[in-house]
Design a protein around this ligand. Structure first.
Ligand SMILES: [Zn+2]
Length: 164
């Protein structure tokens, strides 16, 4: 009991030394509500409304148009034909050879992906990643050593809309 208390004390001091948070916040943890959960910024694919959900949320509804959607992250590996719709991050692993229609919040390609892809956020093709197809994204980053072949539309509706 005493030992346990001493240890948590020391942890709290370590935290203070690192300068992460002031001490009292740490001590309040046990008594009151947990620290605010990390949030994920998403944009509704139907009505374009931006909103935030907890990164732990798996599915839910758009607060504006109330349409249901998924928020979980997905990682695809191996050879597969797969269609994925989520407002979370889709990763194509190093060994992934994926063909399909993907709509997601963010895309990270480390393997091969061939398809029709709409990304409501950023598309990243990492070194040795191969991306082919019709891509629509808000932003795109092709790293050195990666390859991309196909068409790409960057910016989405916001960019295309004339200034009011
Ligand atoms: Zn909506």
């Amino acid at each position: 009991m005493l030992q346990g208390f001493g240890r948590s004390r020391r942890e709290a001091e370590d935290d203070r030394a690192v300068g992460s948070r002031p001490g009292p916040a740490r001590e309040a943890r046990a008594v009151t509500a947990p620290a605010p959960a990390a949030m994920r910024s998403v944009r509704c694919p139907f009505c374009e409304a931006p909103f935030e959900v907890s990164i732990k949320a798996i599915n839910g509804r758009c607060p504006k148009c109330t349409r249901p959607m998924r928020f979980e992250d997905a990682e695809l590996n191996g050879l597969c034909n797969q269609n994925v719709t989520t407002m979370g991050t889709v990763r194509i692993g190093r060994k992934g050879v994926v063909r399909g229609r993907i709509e997601c919040g963010a895309l990270v390609v480390s393997g091969q992906l061939d398809g029709t892809i709409r990304i409501n956020g950023c598309c990243i093709v990492q070194p040795r990643g191969v991306l082919r197809g019709e891509i629509a994204a808000r932003s795109m980053m092709i790293e050195r050593g990666a390859s991309f072949e196909g068409s790409v539309e960057i910016g989405g509706k916001d960019a295309a809309r004339p200034a009011a």
